[in-house]
Design a protein around this ligand. Sequence first.
Ligand code: FMN
Length: 194
Amino acid sequence: MQKSNTSPTPQRIIVAISGASGIRYALLLMRALRTIPDVEVHGIISPGAQAVIKHETQLKLSTISNAFHILHQPTNIAAAPASGSWSHNGMIVCPCSMASLAAIASGVGTNLIHRAADVCLKEGRPLILVPRETPLNEIHLRNMLRAHQAGATIMPPCPGFYHQPQTMDQLMWQFIGRILEQLHLPHNLYARWS
Ligand SMILES: Cc1cc2nc3c(=O)[nH]c(=O)nc-3n(C[C@H](O)[C@H](O)[C@H](O)COP(=O)(O)O)c2cc1C
């Protein structure tokens, strides 16, 4: 399914944070990516995500923005991730709101997150969506199926419990590890099943 685009060195990963609950997943994901040598993390934070960040964290937006190697503005539709000729190794929308899921599933590329996701699908590059909502209505479910059929990987934040987590972060690290595995990135975030 993946086309043989020239792989960039260092590896480039796009992390888009949209306005769903679960900002801590994005924070842990960025922490994990920053520990992997030769990975350049490109970030996009939607205005919706900025609102959720205020509700869910004590962090300043600049603290989160500075954790990326390169931050792109969601309104900058001319930024590198908007072009298929800019090569990268995959994009993760974490967390992914139902609004962003709908835009991605229907190919509406009006902001940089949606456009970059659309580019991933057309170029056959990995696109991981971490949709967060509950309960899910029929539209949400159909949009997930549509995105999956177009080539996205749908990973709702459903951590396992078989590693017997004692803290919330231990629970979440396991899920972050599962995301990195999808991108064939090395990690030691939890004891894998053996
Ligand atoms: C505190 C807060 C929590 C939210 N949680 C969710 C959520 O879990 N899932 C969701 O789909 N939308 C959630 N929303 C609504 C989205 O942020 C809203 O639909 C927004 O327009 C999404 O746009 P974006 O995807 O461009 O960020 C939440 C909003 C706020 C303010």
